[in-house]
Design a protein around this ligand. Structure first.
Ligand code: PLP
Length: 395
């Protein structure tokens, strides 16, 4: 109780209603409070813990690296094997020409780096982003965020940003020879799990190529098996000029990256030199954790199973009288209740019933299902049982 009070007094708060669950330890898909109550992680800390909490392959690697070395030097000067090996591994599975990885500390910073890189490479200044898109909370990322109510209080933001509607082919005309970059989530996460139409994504790629604008994919929520493929870029067969990663990239540690061809990345070298600087970006312990999680993912069937597991959730929950719609890609689902107030009450009850839930920034009438990808069929059935029992209280 005291810790919870101190949390409210001394840890900066940004919401009136934090979940307020105290967690002592976490393992697999479960988190445990000091009184022994078990919570099922329904959202993977928002699509981070894809290989589960306390994954021994990851934690052992982290312990070894901590004993070898932690921070040595600012980014890009010293050859650190965790960083090099992880960059090489990512390049080996990503489509060409995504071969050069700039590691940073978070998703927002990766987005900042990607925007700067696109402006520097093209020499252009205008940016195109999407309504209901979320790319982070720093000034640049906030400028391209697709929700006016979040942006407005922090103006002035970066100029030259146009927001267009997602999946609206007729608006591709707003991408022009003045556009430095178009940034898109292949599946809008905070918009409430809205997958891009495959034809639309291809047309977007073509329009960018035609106009010389760089296409940036923000795969911060969708990468590392979540959609049933390692990356949504592979699932859609559409390759961006710059790929932005974070969240599950670090295997539970803070890590982000923007990835491009070497030719594009080289433009951060000159005029000015050191076009992007970070002290901790690509931290050896974070890269070790990320690489271990990635190897674990690659060596297992988790990614191949994600779609079937997501469909299991969908099949069990479909037909419940309070559910209006389920939107899904792989093991990322939005369960649409259609009423913000009711959704909030359901989410509060989930916490009482031992689930760690979440809604979406731009879709508060739905709740999110994105558990660690290692969840078993038995655990899915049990979790759905809890979800249904909880929702039944509101019929
Ligand atoms: N982009 C997307 C699609 C996200 O979902 C998020 C975070 O939720 C971000 C960017 C920002 O990442 P971070 O919170 O690590 O800065």
């Amino acid at each position: 109780m005291i810790l919870r009070q101190l949390f409210l007094e001394h840890v900066g708060q940004t919401s009136e209603n934090p979940l307020m669950i105290e967690i002592e330890r976490a393992e697999g898909i479960y988190m445990y409070s000091p009184d022994g109550k078990r919570y099922t992680d329904l959202i993977s800390g928002v699509t981070v813990s894809n290989v589960g909490h306390g994954n021994k392959y990851v934690t052992d690697a982290v312990c070894r690296q901590v004993n070898n070395y932690m921070h040595l030097m600012v980014y890009g000067e010293v050859v650190e094997s965790p960083q090099v090996r992880y960059a090489q591994k990512l390049a080996s599975v990503l489509p060409d020409p995504l071969e050069s990885v700039y590691f940073v500390n978070s998703g927002s910073e990766a987005v900042e780096g990607a925007l700067k890189l696109a402006k520097r490479y093209t020499g252009r200044t205008e940016l195109v982003a999407f309504k209901n898109a979320y790319h982070g909370s720093t000034h640049g990322a906030l400028s391209i965020m697709g929700g006016e109510e979040f942006r407005n209080a922090f103006r002035p933001l970066i100029p030259g940003v146009r927001h267009i509607n997602f999946n609206a082919a007729e608006e591709l005309k707003y991408i022009t020879s003045k556009t430095a970059a178009v940034i898109v989530e292949p599946v809008q996460g905070e918009g409430g799990v809205r997958p891009a139409d495959p034809h639309y994504l291809k047309a977007l790629r073509e329009r960018c190529t035609e106009t010389g604008a760089l296409l940036i994919f923000d795969e911060i929520q969708t990468a590392f098996g979540r959609t049933g493929e390692l990356f949504a870029t592979i699932k859609y067969g559409v390759t961006p000029d710059i790929l932005v990663l974070a969240k599950a990239l670090g295997g539970g540690m803070p890590l982000g990256a923007f990835i491009s061809s070497q030719v594009i990345m080289e433009s951060l070298k000159t005029n000015p030199m050191l076009g992007h600087i970070t002290t901790f970006g690509g931290h050896p312990v974070c890269c070790t954790a990320g690489l271990a999680a990635f190897e674990y993912l690659m060596d297992s069937e988790i990614t191949a199973e994600a779609d079937r597991k997501g469909k299991m959730f969908e099949d069990i929950l479909t037909g419940h009288p309070l559910i209006q719609e389920i939107r899904r890609t792989g093991l990322l689902l939005a369960v649409e209740i259609g009423d913000e107030g009711l959704n909030q009450r359901i989410i509060r009850d989930f916490v009482k019933e031992g689930l760690v839930p979440d809604t979406f920034l731009f879709c508060e009438s739905a709740f999110r299902i994105a558990p660690p990808l290692i969840i078993t069929d038995e655990q899915i059935k049990e979790t759905c049982g809890t979800i249904i029992a909880s929702m039944n209280k509101f019929i």
